[in-house]
Ligand binder design. Sequence first.
Ligand SMILES: N[C@@H](CCC(=O)N[C@@H](CS)C(=O)NCC(=O)O)C(=O)O
Length: 246
Amino acid sequence: MSDQIVLHGVGSPNVIKVVLMLEELGLDYRLNFVDVFRGGQFEGDFLAKNPLGKVPVLEDPRLAAPLAESGAILIWLAEREGGRFLPATQPARAEVFQWLMIQMANVGPMLGQYTHFNIVPPDTAPYARARYGAAAEKLYRVLDDRLSNHAWLAGGDYSIADIATQPWAYYLERHGFEAAEYPALVAWRERIQARPAAQRVQPRVDEAFSVASQATRKAATDLDLDRFFHRTETVPAADFSVVREM
Ligand SMILES: N[C@@H](CCC(=O)N[C@@H](CS)C(=O)NCC(=O)O)C(=O)O
């Protein structure tokens, strides 16, 4: 392992949150593109780093082994750097973990599913689309309510809970919701985006992932896309060709 931190990923929110954290901490790191649309996450080399076959994965010379799961990576980096963006004492620490886990267990999975069922043709799974749409709406509302009377998700200070959730907040409009109806969520999202560290994220992500990602998306075969979406023989066929143009 080299002595530089390496973050394996693509330009997705679960990866971007770690890039934001690395920038906030001012750490030296390199981004490595994993070709998820062509099955790079299922290759032996990558599965040895994360048996779940998902990005992000962090390789850090100070770790005994590659580390997967973006929430675990944020906690590791916070503690590695002496507790930055994570209070050392309770009960403030518990509140950060609560909002971090709301992101990991709810915001990410539910918004991710809604994104998926928005991509497939509408008649493929109307029930699933409605179900995850309702879940997404509830979560955007919970976040907006919380942020309407707290500057930061966990209350006191900007923390890894905010860092984990902010990249997901950009799905609000993409999911068809009116930004004006979620003013506190939008103001908080933009407040983070204005931070110098956040300003450095997109250029790094674009340089490392965007061109490569678009190229592999376009080149992905139907079989590649089936594997990416974990489609099985029991799931009805869908036309995923729209993904090539994303
Ligand atoms: N809970 C995981 C989720 C990671 C995840 O879903 N990663 C996606 C990209 S955002 C991925 O690797 N997808 C490829 C696949 O599932 O095959 C985390 O937060 O790190």
